[in-house]
Design a protein around this ligand. Structure first.
Ligand code: ADP
Ligand code: ASP
Ligand code: MG
Length: 417
């Protein structure tokens, strides 16, 4: 049995007409001989609306109840899609995360999938039904409903595809694939035909929300082929995410590009960043660990870190985190700063991280200099920098982020030829 998982995002199931269109895409795959499991997100802006609604009800929302509420959106989509499929004469069964056997840890709002028991979904597929599974949600060991974090339906789809041994996972969205930059921000952004898992992972964790980063991670670990395609142009091949090979030669060949292939494949911005600075910390061995250990214990991921040159035995330590974690981080850091007798703690919530990504970057000298010059030419101030073999990130003011991405797209010739 050849199995295909298809995932449709919010815009693809925003109204009854779009739901019927999704049903037609799923039935067409079924007619090509695939057993089909479809993962859907909440329709349109329903998740955002639910968050606004909750904030209007209460200023202090218990995490458990927030997940209980957030899970509603996807349930509307699975039921509607199963109805549309039934109307077309196609057998279909809808599944909540729990019914689909998706077991997660108990961290509400950013739960991780522990394992999937695919037996019920597989049974439906064997019976010739299309299995329609709610994205973004699961259940923990205590039976509590959990959600995987914003954009998490992609992760549900890829994890389910691995669990049911699907041949491929098609992520249908509202753009024609993965682009060199967000096509809604950069007019000349170019669609990428094939991209390696590592590049996709790096791009998405740096803010390209076309895929949930954890979905790229799972696809890489299990070697699952993922295609990102447009639900409005389902005939288009989209972008294939897979292992383009470790050798550079193979990479160039599989991309179908010549030797002039650009070494930077994408420029992205992550606007959900905040910066914290601990000012005037006594510069002693172990100080940095004293600051970051309690933050790690609070399960907060720290990103770019900069420690200034010591001045009269004191130094400043700055770091970035996700904006949602800012108030929790400030509470922790203020306490530590007092213990360490640091001068003060400052924060800025209006920062963004702008990055360039490309697996071939490492072997090309001068990429970083080119990036800094492009930003300088636009008068954009760089507050922090971090690099790896395949990315360079600069923290800038949030208001400059889109401008920066456009400048980088031009500088590295990522746009349409
Ligand atoms: P869905 O609801 O289908 O999951 P999302 O809104 O989560 O869709 O993701 C698709 C959006 O991602 C696109 O509309 C686009 O604006 C944005 N995006 C950001 N960066 C990129 C990129 N590099 N390539 C393609 N799309 C991107
Ligand atoms: N509905 C959820 C969200 O808006 C999950 C998703 O769309 O992937 O974040
Ligand atoms: Mg998404």
């Amino acid at each position: 049995m050849k199995i295909l998982v298809q995932k449709f995002g919010g815009t693809s199931v925003a109204d009854p007409e779009k739901v019927r269109k999704v049903a037609r895409i799923a039935v067409s795959a079924r007619k090509q001989g695939y057993a089909v499991a479809v993962v859907v997100s909440a329709p349109g802006d329903m998740t955002d609306d639910l968050i606004d609604y909750a904030s209007a009800v209460s200023k202090k929302i218990p995490d458990r109840e927030m997940d209980m509420l957030m899970a509603i959106g996807e349930q509307k989509s699975i039921a509607s899609l199963a109805m549309a499929l039934a109307e077309m004469g196609q057998k279909a069964v809808s599944f909540t995360g729990e019914q689909a056997g998706i077991l997660t840890d108990g961290i509400f709002g950013k739960a991780r999938i522990l394992r999937i028991d695919p037996s019920k979904v597989l049974k439906a597929l064997k019976e010739g039904s299309i299995a329609v599974v709610a994205g973004f949600q699961g259940v923990d060991r205590k039976g509590e409903i959990t959600t995987l974090g914003r954009g998490g339906s992609d992760t549900t789809a890829v994890a389910l595809a691995v669990a049911i041994k699907a041949d491929m996972c098609d992520i249908y969205t509202d753009v024609k694939g993965v682009f060199t930059s967000d096509p809604r921000v950069v007019q000349g952004a170019k669609r990428i035909r094939t991209i390696s898992y590592d590049e996709a992972l790096e791009m998405t964790s740096l803010g390209a929300k076309v895929l949930h980063p954890r979905s790229a991670e799972i696809a890489k670990v299990y070697g699952l082929k993922v295609r990102v395609r447009s639900s409005f142009n389902p005939g288009d091949a989209g972008t294939l995410v897979f292992d383009t090979g470790s050798g550079k030669k193979l990479k160039i060949k599989t991309r179908g590009e010549d030797m002039e292939r650009t070494y930077v494949v994408s420029a992205t911005a992550d606007k959900n960043q905040a910066k914290v600075t601990v000012v005037g910390v006594p510069d002693r061995p172990g100080i940095v660990s004293k600051i970051f250990s309690p933050i790690a214990k609070g399960r907060i991921s720290v990103d770019v870190i900069v420690q200034n040159v010591s001045h009269k035995g004191h130094t400043d330590v700055s770091f970035t985190i996700s904006r949602v974690d800012l108030s929790r981080t400030m509470a922790i850091v203020k306490k530590v700063a007092k213990e360490l007798r640091a001068q003060t703690v400052m924060h800025a919530s209006g920062v963004a991280k702008v990055s360039i990504v490309g697996a071939g970057m490492y072997s090309y000298p001068g990429v970083a200099a080119k990036m800094f010059t492009a930003l300088a030419k636009k008068g954009i101030n760089i507050e922090m920098i971090s690099t790896s073999e395949i990315k360079i990130s600069c923290v800038v003011e949030e208001k400059d982020a889109d401008n920066a991405v456009r400048a980088l797209n031009r500088e590295f010739r990522l746009g349409k030829k």
